[in-house]
Design a protein around this ligand. Structure first.
Ligand code: IMP
Length: 216
């Protein structure tokens, strides 16, 4: 259970003017925190680690929507490359779950999962790889994992692009982690703020006034 690439608390990221940013978000961003290229490079290595451990049997890759979709697509692209260029390969099938929580984030008992797409009974007896964008307290993932048990998969592994160092953590750690980040809110690369910033390639930190602008 590796902790991933550690980003220190004092890391401030990069000057956004050194990167290509969509015009409509230029005034909203404070800094680029994790550039897109670095995300892809780390994802390539995660794909290799996952295939070394899980690559001898059919894998069901389960994307946690909506925030996980970019990471899911890029991770699967890297896994496909490994499958194409190796003497052995395994089929990868995909499924999607959408996590929805009620307003009260302070009470884990109020968390609810709504499942969209195909029936998750397809997970029965399979090796499942859950693909998530970010783990903060860990409650969302713990709720999902307990739900998945009902479908009796053979094995479940979790890969999260990000894990936050926060005193609010339940102690949950994924099997594979891209980056361990300080206790900051980050957006972009499908991580949203009220649905905005998913269409941004880099993971970024917002200006305070942007939080007001996109507040609902
Ligand atoms: P947890 O249950 O506290 O681990 O929260 C995980 C979920 O909260 C993620 O799937 C995201 O939807 C959301 N989340 C937590 N931190 C951030 C962040 O910094 N940016 C965007 N979404 C976040």
């Amino acid at each position: 259970m590796a902790c991933g690439l550690q980003i220190k608390d004092e890391e401030s990221g990069y000057n956004k003017n050194l990167f290509c940013i969509p015009k409509h978000y230029e005034d909203d961003l404070e800094r680029v925190f994790i550039p897109h290229g670095l995300i892809l490079d780390r994802t390539e290595r995660l794909a290799r680690d996952i295939m070394q451990e899980m690559g001898s049997h059919h894998i069901v890759a389960l994307c946690v929507l909506k925030g996980g979709y970019k990471f899911f697509a890029d991770l699967l692209d890297h896994i496909k490359v490994l499958n194409q260029n190796s003497d052995k390969s395994v089929p990868i099938t995909v499924d999607f779950v959408r996590m929805k929580s009620y307003c009260s984030k302070t009470d884990s008992s109020t968390e609810k999962i709504s499942i969209i797409g195909e029936e998750l009974s397809a997970l029965n007896g399979k090796n499942v790889l859950v693909v998530e964008d970010i783990i903060e307290t860990g409650r969302t993932m713990e709720t999902l994992l307990s739900k998945l048990k009902d479908y009796k998969p053979k094995m479940v592994k979790v890969v999260s692009l990000l894990i936050k160092r926060t005193h609010q953590s339940s102690g949950y750690r994924p099997d594979y982690t891209g980056f361990e980040i300080p206790d900051k809110f980050v957006f972009g690369y499908a991580l949203d703020y009220n649905e905005y910033f998913r269409d941004l390639n880099h993971i970024c930190i917002l200006k305070e006034k942007a939080r007001e602008k996109y507040k609902i």
